[in-house]
Design a protein around this ligand. Sequence first.
Ligand code: SF4
Ligand code: SF4
Length: 403
Amino acid sequence: MKLVENFELGLDAPICLTWELTYACNLECAHCLSSSGRRDPRELSTEQCEAVIDELQRMQVFYVNIGGGEPTVRPDFWHLVEYAVAHDVGVKFSTNGVRLTPERARWLAGSDYVDVQISLDGATAEVNDRVRGTGSYDTAITALRNLHDAGFRDAKLSVVCTRENIGQLDDFKAIADRFGATLRLTRLRPSGRGADVWDELHPLPEQQRELYEWLLAHGDGVLTGDSFFHLAAFGPEDGSGALPGLNLCGAGRVVCLIDPIGDVYACPFAIHDQFLAGNLLADGGFDRVWKTSALFQELREPQTGGACSGCAHYDSCRGGCMAAKFFTGLPLDGPDPECVQGYGESALAGERTIPAVGQDHSRSAPSRNAPVLLTLSRRRPDSDLAPPVSACAESPLAGFAPN
Ligand code: SF4
Ligand code: SF4
């Protein structure tokens, strides 16, 4: 059986487990996938987090991707990192760099099994700060420098690809190289606040092509996880143009999310009741949710191509990202909204209903750390249904590579 077939059936434990420790964040990025900002008062306590780690150890989850929110603002964050590593659970954490002082960087350089991922969404302060907030570029670069100077090897520079930064791919690579880091490119999904700005920020069709060509030329040294398997449809019909990385949606099969209150979702980009599998505080804990939840069983069933089944590129593209379809109001068995064969555009132009916002921990609406996208408008979190979307037809293992 091929590796990918094993993945489709689901595994005894997730290989790409993301754990968002807190919804609290010092920033309030315009495209935050988890709509973070405010701490949730029901956040798991230190003891509860330790119990989760104990369970991950029993399940032999060797690595966990920790994020948020900004996880380092939790007072017990460094303790939990130490606790995880001491219990055979390696940690990769994502941060905007706010707590990565020279001293902390030295501590990290001396830790085994800890990987650090710094978020940066523009290769210049102008592009980055427009979506991540004033000063956030300098914070991230300082963190990268501190890690480098401390001798921390192979930090990750994590970039969400947008309409505004696709032209900076070479510059991102140069920044990563300068600090001995590895570039990680991820896809902008319309999840969380990302749904509010997706129309403005998601790459245009010609930029998708530019990204695909760039990844073909440079992809070997760049991590992409499962972000861009839909771009394989730019290549020949025999699938030989596929990019490195996981080329299927692993939601509920090999991917899942634990949120700050212990809710377990199928994917970090699918924080919505429809993809909620259970809560790990209930009897049986995370193990039971992962192995027996009805949602995960369903997601592990063989998938049909639906409206995509007649497409010659289906074997490599597989209809794209479930979360991207869901949050743009498209059917889950149809084409991805950014289908590179153009079927997403016609689907977006048709009748659709954008799902209501699920979790929203934004501090205020429509605040961001100014300056923000001037044309930005947010959907009201308390509305049952978002306003209808105009027919704007302008147009998911963190760092995991299966081999
Ligand atoms: S029609 Fe479906 S399978 Fe074909 S390229 Fe578009 S999203 Fe992918
Ligand atoms: S393809 Fe999309 S829905 Fe599936 S695991 Fe990746 S981000 Fe999540």
